[in-house]
Design a protein around this ligand. Structure first.
Ligand SMILES: O=C(O)CCC(=O)c1ccccc1C(=O)O
Ligand SMILES: [Mg+2]
Length: 369
């Protein structure tokens, strides 16, 4: 397939409610969408998961725009690819900037699947017809409000509840949630808010039968996580620390993690995500699909990835309506009793809703071979 046209949309959408983590609060979401077109007029869509500011990782919407326009597009425009894995190869000499790479590679994966009359899930080798999903809940104003909110999501049927914790907003809320919901599959995500000085406090979490604790220590660490895991019964799951299959290998060899959260953007695209998945499967380490508060295009990519067999735990991919008044795809993603049905249509399986997309597009950049 020859990449003939690329259109970048800079989007600005406001979420229904702010999402608060240990590193800050987010409600207005700026992000990039990419549409690629081949020599026959087939199209594919990708979404960048970088935020406006570099607090989750070092990338931003603006750095992604710079890297995509000035470095990645010249490597793909008017070039011929037999398979999207080759895109990942041509991007490899450029260091990091994984979310920028993933947005371009993701659009080409969708295009590839459509051209070959496959669903994106099939193109990846996934077989699940429906996926189990959980929900990730930000820090709330009070413990009472959190307990109530969690109750509504349990009623909705979400298969796993994840709550954000940070110092002084941890043991008390987990204790309250366990009192209210003794048996619900529950986990906590610290987004790197702790250090090894907090071992005694983190050990208290062992009393609450959590499925796992996500990224308790520094965002670039795998050494201290190994030390912490030796002290904890609760399994550690790494998010921020894993950018590649090599990172996954090292973390698993060191004993820093027992579960891995795979985010397509963080690892540089679906090709690398699949490599991490396959490596973890071989090692008996379960994975699940993380989320970056995506709009419909990114959400659709997450659903396709989750159909691979080692996605053994419910991920963060909730339905569109949990985030947006109106999503940018048709139909919207629906989570029903904690299940999302994998779409049958070719490629990502959802159509772009151009009317809604246009409404939230603030700028476009068009490239033609
Ligand atoms: O609902 C989602 O998309 C996942 C939300 C989430 O947990 C998250 C959202 C923004 C940045 C980081 C994270 C995370 O998984 O750490
Ligand atoms: Mg996380």
């Amino acid at each position: 397939m020859i990449i003939k046209e690329i259109n970048i949309r800079k989007m600005n959408m406001t979420m229904k409610s702010p999402f608060t983590t240990s590193f800050g609060s987010l409600q207005v979401k700026e992000f990039l969408l990419l549409e690629v077109t081949d020599e026959f007029g087939n199209t594919g869509w990708g979404e960048s998961t970088a935020f406006s500011s570099p607090w989750y990782n070092e990338e931003t919407v603006e750095t992604n725009l710079h890297i995509i326009r000035d470095f990645l597009i010249p490597l793909v425009l008017d070039k011929n690819f037999g398979h999207p894995d080759e895109v990942s190869e041509v991007f490899a000499p450029l260091r990091k900037n994984n979310m920028a790479k993933a947005a371009v590679e993701g659009a080409i994966w969708d295009l590839y699947a459509k051209r070959n009359k496959l669903t994106l899930a099939e193109a990846l080798g996934g077989t699940a017809k429906k996926i189990e999903v959980g929900i990730s809940i930000g820090i709330q104003k009070s413990t009472e409000e959190l307990v109530e909110l969690v109750g509504t999501y349990i009623k909705d049927g979400y298969k796993r509840i994840k709550v954000k914790i940070k110092p002084r907003n941890d043991i008390e809320i987990i204790h309250a949630l366990r009192e209210a919901y003794p048996d619900v599959p529950l986990m906590a995500d610290a987004n790197s808010a702790y250090t090894l000085k907090d071992i005694a406090l983190l050990k208290q979490l062992d009393d609450f039968n959590l499925m796992m604790i996500e990224q308790p220590l520094a965002s670039d660490d795998i050494i201290d996580h190994a030390k912490l895991q030796k002290e904890l019964k609760t399994p550690i799951c790494l998010d921020e620390s894993i950018h590649s299959m090599e990172d996954a290998r090292k973390a698993i060899e060191l004993g820093s993690t027992k579960v891995i959260n795979i985010k397509i953007g963080r690892v540089g695209g679906l090709t690398e995500a699949k490599k991490i998945h396959d490596y973890c499967m071989e090692k008996g380490v379960p994975v699940w699909c993380g989320g970056m508060l995506e709009a419909g295009i990114g959400r659709a990519h997450n659903i396709a990835l989750t159909t691979l067999p080692n996605f053994l735990l419910p991920g963060d991919t909730s339905g569109s309506s949990r985030y947006w008044e109106q999503d940018i795809i048709k139909p919207e993603v629906v989570a029903d009793d904690g299940y999302i049905t994998v779409p049958n249509a070719y490629g990502i399986g959802y159509e772009p809703n151009l009317e809604v997309m246009d409404r939230f597009t603030v700028e476009q950049f068009y490239f033609k071979a």
